[in-house]
Write a protein that binds this ligand. Structure first.
Ligand code: NAP
Length: 311
């Protein structure tokens, strides 16, 4: 029987994904299927989904087997009360690679103090060498697909990396902490912190007026996770006082970041427009196709979201 696969995302994404999805399904030997932007809901077997899709009511999708999210973050769909289907999120090697590059690049910028020399007045000669990486402590909050990969690449460069997660983890080359009590030890005296937590009620404002002072004076903050992980007013205050030396922020409570947001003009803030890591269609299509194959073979889906935990 023909498999009906609905693509529920905006028109630009359909243009980006259509060819790659056909290729990935065909590579897995799937021939008898329909892949389309419009299919009668009662006939749909799988829903490939982006949370900014017009589809918000899953009630009519009575025979569907799974919703396959194109994004890593699921905060915009996980609480949908009409969704009772298994929900898989996107974990893809190209997204992980992109995040590792963004995080290590921005860590090295701050570690090496690159701005000092890039923005120096020509003719000034003020040698100031940074310490080596193994004299720097970096805290990575979130030890999931992205956080653990970034932590490993920072550790490979020599940084003393402390990872923090909800549950206990043992990862070679890293010092790990977990649970609410572990946060202070992860942050304590760190020269930099990287936020790669999902947005859930528990993770909101993880960096706030109480936790920012755990960091070393002049530490840097990198947030490629989600805007609400940081209490913005507390961060601005810490930047103004010099407690935080620089913040490089890729994600915000409101995106695009409003023109009048103080982050745009703060001299010690770098704003990047939610580009730390993209879902790349050629790679993501393979993950989606593999999950459809698994569903049809009766095998467990990859990267299922735990609806109770919210990620
Ligand atoms: P993931 O695999 O689900 O990992 C999440 C990590 O956060 C896990 O280690 C988890 O702990 C930890 N965590 C969750 N709640 C916690 C809590 N209350 N206390 C302590 N630790 C907690 O997620 P991922 O794939 O690494 O992605 C992380 C986030 O990155 C996504 O949710 C998304 O928001 C963001 N992201 C941003 C971009 C971008 O371009 N800026 C791109 C992709 C993703 P356990 O291991 O114990 O479960």
């Amino acid at each position: 029987m023909t498999l009906n696969i609905l693509f529920a995302a905006n028109a630009q994404r359909w243009a980006d994904y259509e060819t790659h999805l056909h290729a990935a399904l065909s590579d897995l030997g799937m021939i008898d299927y329909q892949l389309a932007e419009q299919i009668d809901p009662k006939d749909v077997d799988y829903i490939i989904y982006a949370p900014d899709s017009a589809l918000q009511d899953f009630t009519p999708y009575v025979k569907s087997k799974a919703v396959l999210n194109l994004w890593a973050g699921v905060e915009a769909i996980v609480g949908n009360p009409t969704l009772h289907l298994p929900l898989a999120r996107m974990v893809d090697p190209s997204m992980t690679q992109g995040m590792m590059e963004w995080v290590t690049g921005h860590c090295l910028r701050h570690h090496l103090g690159m701005d000092t020399h890039i923005t120096a007045t020509p003719g000034t000669w003020e040698p100031s060498a940074p310490p080596v990486t193994w004299d720097r402590k970096i805290a990575v909050l979130g030890m999931g697909a992205l956080g653990a990969a970034c932590a490993r690449s920072l550790a490979a460069l020599g940084f003393e990396v402390h990872g923090w997660s909800r549950s206990l983890k043992q990862i070679e080359g890293l010092i790990t902490h977990h649970g609410p009590d572990g946060l202070r030890n992860a942050l304590n005296g760190a020269d930099g912190v990287v936020l790669l937590l999902p947005k859930t009620p528990e993770t909101e404002n993880t960096l706030n007026g109480d936790t920012l002072p755990f960091l070393a004076q002049g530490a840097f903050v990198l947030n490629p996770g989600r805007g609400p992980l940081i209490d913005d007013a507390a961060l601005i205050e810490a930047l103004n006082s010099g407690q935080i030396g620089h913040a490089t922020l890729d994600v915000f409570r409101i995106e695009p970041l409003p023109q009048d947001d103080p982050y745009w003009r703060h001299p010690n803030v770098t704003v990047t427009p939610h580009i730390a890591s993209e879902t790349r269609p050629a790679y993501a299509a393979k993950i989606i196709a593999e999950n459809i194959r698994r569903g049809e073979a009766g095998e467990p889906f990859l990267h299922l979201v735990d609806r109770n935990r919210g990620y």
